[in-house]
Design a protein around this ligand. Sequence first.
Ligand SMILES: Nc1ncnc2c1ncn2[C@@H]1O[C@H](COP(=O)(O)OP(=O)(O)OP(=O)(O)O)[C@@H](O)[C@H]1O
Length: 234
Amino acid sequence: MTLLQVRGIETHIGQYHILQGVTFEVVPGEITVLLGRNGAGKTTTLRSIMGLNPVSKGEISFQGERVEALPTHRISRQGIGYVPEDQGIFPDLTVGETMRIAMRLNDDHTKARLEWVLELFPDLHKFWGRKSGLLSGGQKQMLAISRAYVNDNRLLLIDEPSKGLAPIMVEKLMLAIEQMKAKTTVLLVEQNFMMASRIGHRYYLMDEGRIVSEGMMAELQQDEATRRKYLGIA
Ligand SMILES: Nc1ncnc2c1ncn2[C@@H]1O[C@H](COP(=O)(O)OP(=O)(O)OP(=O)(O)O)[C@@H](O)[C@H]1O
């Protein structure tokens, strides 16, 4: 069964027709990657799923239930965690405060998830009492991912975690996201094809508000012409 099904969604922002019929699905237990150059519509797609950019047409089903007409907080309560491109960190809150506020429940299950993610990202443990605004870019990204992970979400939407980070940090995050796959399903927006192709199972390639290519990541690794055409890389 698919976990998330997006069918023919169209999204307008102001007078602009940004998404022009986007269809794809996310299979549980996989990392699905949305690829595409700047401005292709990847962020708008994640924001449309979360109800932050409401769709004007099309359907979004999560675990078999339609969600496209729900407000963002209800979509999130259905079990979708969102890590926005700018991370959405509150700089004056400490790492610990950020995590405690994020935790919807204080039960053993949620505490175990917190422990697991702190093992995955020891820096967060180390800087538990530090204000989030003082963290490095990579640590902020770890915090944003942990905050989305700590509740028992079935799906995480992660928007370009590698943006602006040094290669070593990108590598760390990539390995962490790969480990999360055992516990949750991930829809990842990524421009770093090297990173995406190493951890992704399935890809959807966007251009000008549409999906122009889709398949298994291994196929795209063999398809130089498509990569060149839409990603500008060989
Ligand atoms: N608030 C807005 N007002 C007008 N146009 C917008 C707005 N937000 C996004 N757009 C436009 O929508 C298109 C898709 O943007 P989006 O951010 O979804 O692309 P993206 O694929 O995520 O690109 P990037 O990798 O650069 O973040 C772009 O042409 C962008 O300029």
